[in-house]
Design a protein around this ligand. Structure first.
Ligand code: FES
Ligand code: FES
Length: 205
């Protein structure tokens, strides 16, 4: 049987649609943003540069991007000043270093097109707190020395901050499960989980 052109569309958009869920860790897949959830408010065909406004950490940020630009790329390389908390590591939705919240749900920003993030609330690790005023998770990561190279850290902090809102008193197993979509090549997992539990305790207290 002859396959249609659509079946063989190799474009990045098609790729993103395909791996949005499949490429994510199983534990967070149920609350990862997927293109299927996107409100179909964007034009179906875009070309050249498009001007969009992204709601990043509560501020409207105007930016001009090609339609194929990922949200991660837009945040890190097109916004001025840049938002560099989400990290580029794998760029294919396997590591979680680029995790942001979209309307409060963890999403791999390397799998989301910037144009599809319009009209959604984007929260990066910068949106949770600052060095002067960290949130409980950020403070616990420092206190428990939960990082080495730090590349995975913004993703973990983002995932855990969102998870503790959903489950303020998790068990160790629940924290481990919640973090399944985030990988640490330095092997800091025990301290990451310690920090998450300490943050939960601090928030409850
Ligand atoms: S950089 Fe996005 S999941 Fe790895
Ligand atoms: S601290 Fe280096 S990858 Fe996690």
């Amino acid at each position: 049987m002859t396959k249609s052109r659509e079946d063989h569309n190799p474009g990045r958009r098609k790729f993103l649609k395909g791996v949005g869920i499949a490429g994510a860790g199983a534990a967070i897949a149920d609350h990862l943003w997927t293109e299927a959830e996107a409100q179909e408010k964007q034009p179906t065909t875009l070309s050249g540069n498009v001007k969009i406004t992204l709601d990043v950490n509560g501020s409207p940020r105007d930016v001009q991007v090609e339609p194929r630009t990922t949200l991660l790329n837009a945040l890190r390389n097109h916004l001025e000043p840049a938002v560099t908390g989400p990290k580029l590591v794998c760029d294919v939705g396997t590591c979680g270093a680029c995790t942001v919240l979209l309307d409060g749900k963890p999403a791999y920003s390397c799998l989301v097109l910037a144009v599809d993030a319009v009209n959604r609330k984007i929260t990066t690790v910068e949106g949770f707190g600052s060095p002067e005023s960290p949130n409980a998770v950020q403070a616990a990561f420092v206190e428990h020395d939960a990082l080495m190279c730090g590349f995975c850290t913004p993703g973990f902090v983002t995932t855990i901050s969102a998870y503790l809102k959903k489950n303020p008193n998790p068990s160790l197993d629940e924290v481990r499960e919640a973090c399944k979509g985030n990988f640490c090549r330095c092997g800091t997992y025990p301290r990451v989980f310690e920090a998450a539990l300490a943050a939960a305790k601090a928030t409850a207290g």
